[in-house]
Write a protein that binds this ligand. Structure first.
Ligand code: ADP
Length: 431
């Protein structure tokens, strides 16, 4: 076969192996782009052809990227275009962690996927401390998922007419947005205006789903089928950054987004001394100078030790969107002195988008991780599964905070990283 004759829609030839080779060569020569492979190839075949071409172009064997148990059809159609394989991340477990929530009540083993040595060991120590102290009390507010299209008016007069129209049509807006999903409820449309710019910040209850796609689809329908034709005011972007998605932002800190989570525990002297190798006075001082003053000095919105670490590992393990760690990293850890040698520790996470269905939660390993936590949506109790997930996250983030803060008081941090991060690797050939 002449290479230049290959066309993306060429039918399957009598010799699939030679046809695959032709496609690999076409990719290598740049005659075909990775997304232009013929649609009649299976997802596995397409992935293999892309890999083979990449191996030739980059002179890099991709055996490990090829090795996985994913449903390639699903992964490549629903989750990742130009699919070539997987990035594997080690997964560890912490627990048992006692959680005293409304939907999560009991002891949990929690999977964390990370490449950061000492994170799992440290968080596990925090879990033991919390469990020995009787468990973490956790409560969750379902703030809702937000999307804020941005519009351009001709000035103040048209802005006022536009906002009046929005108020007059609140029922129509509710009907059209909620019509896009049985699981969606419109909670609020909040305007914010200046100059010739108007933002409409839509806020939705999205049931057990994180809801970003659902909110986007609902806003798209409302804007295109109702608001633009009804007002004549153009929408400039469906996301006007007043939502605000995947950026740290004061509005999300103050008003919340996704789930707003509170977790707390009282730690008395025996747990502080024996489990966390610390004491109340030192812990309170590190809290004050590090989490509070240090964050003020830096102008940070994360008045905490490392929410992002535990969240990233939890998000990857359970199929959440890792980019939302940016928002989840905001929040406040408090450690207050109680009695002679006890502390009352709490965390506040104002902005945590979470889902028990949708997104990456359907992938096989992520589904197993969620099942370990008993997070399975129940049509009879909408929203309970994701609340359970949020309560478990709250408790494990608190565990991570306590252990790291305690490590600072005993100068354990560098020692732990040195020991665990640069540990000897035993191969089967070593004794
Ligand atoms: P997201 O909107 O969270 O970004 P998806 O695009 O995957 O993620 O949408 C979630 C999907 O899950 C929607 O199609 C929704 O109808 C469906 N769904 C199924 N069960 C539920 C449930 N219990 N709660 C919310 N959504 C659900």
């Amino acid at each position: 076969m002449n290479n230049s004759s290959i066309h993306p829609l060429a039918p399957i030839g009598p010799a699939p192996a030679s046809r695959r080779e032709e496609l690999v060569r076409a990719l290598v020569r740049g005659e075909l782009r990775f997304h232009e492979l013929p649609k009649d190839l299976s997802a596995e075949e397409a992935a293999e052809i892309r890999r083979r071409a990449l191996e030739r172009v980059t002179q890099t064997p991709l055996d490990n990227i090829a090795h996985h148990s994913l449903d390639v059809q699903r992964a490549s159609r629903r989750h990742c275009e130009n699919f070539i394989g997987v990035a594997q991340i080690p997964m560890g477990v912490v627990g048992p962690l006692r959680v005293r929530g409304r939907c999560a009540e009991g002891d949990f083993y929690i999977p964390l996927a990370t490449t950061e040595a000492a994170l799992v060991a440290s968080t596990n120590r925090g879990c033991t401390a919390i469990t020995q102290a009787g468990g973490a009390v956790v409560r969750v507010e379902d703030v809702g998922m937000t999307r804020a299209p941005v519009f351009r008016t001709s000035g103040i007069v048209q802005t006022q007419q536009f906002l009046q129209w929005i108020r007059d049509h609140d029922e129509d807006i509710r009907k059209i947005t909620e019509g896009t999903s049985h699981h969606l409820k419109l909670l609020e449309v909040r305007p914010y205006t200046f100059g010739t710019t108007v933002f409409l910040r839509f806020r939705f209850d999205s049931g057990d789903a994180m809801g970003m796609n659902m909110a986007t689809i609902a806003c798209d329908r409302a804007v295109n089928d109702l608001i633009e034709p009804g007002t004549g005011v153009p929408c400039i972007a469906l996301s006007g950054n007043y939502c605000v998605d995947k950026k740290p932002a004061a509005i999300n800190f103050q008003e919340g987004r996704g789930k707003r989570i509170y977790a707390e525990v009282l730690l008395e002297a025996p747990v502080l001394h024996h489990q966390l190798k610390t004491n109340a006075r030192d812990l309170v001082e590190v809290q004050y100078r590090k989490n509070l003053l240090g964050s003020i000095a830096a102008g940070s919105m994360g008045f905490n030790a490392h929410y992002a670490n535990v969240l990233a590992a939890f998000f990857i393990a359970t199929g959440q969107d890792p980019a939302h760690v940016v928002e989840g990293s905001m929040g406040v850890t408090c450690i207050e002195s109680r009695g002679p040698d006890s502390v009352f520790a709490s965390i506040f996470m104002p902005d945590l988008p979470l889902g028990a269905v949708g997104g990456g939660t359907a992938l096989d390993t992520q589904r197993e991780a969620l099942a370990m936590l008993g997070v399975t949506p129940d049509p009879e109790r909408p929203g309970d599964a994701v609340t359970r997930l949020a309560e478990i996250v709250g408790a494990v983030v608190l565990a991570g905070e306590l252990s790291l803060m305690a490590a600072f008081t005993s100068q354990d941090l560098a020692r732990a990283h040195e020991k665990l991060g640069r540990g000897e690797i035993r191969t089967p050939h070593q004794p």
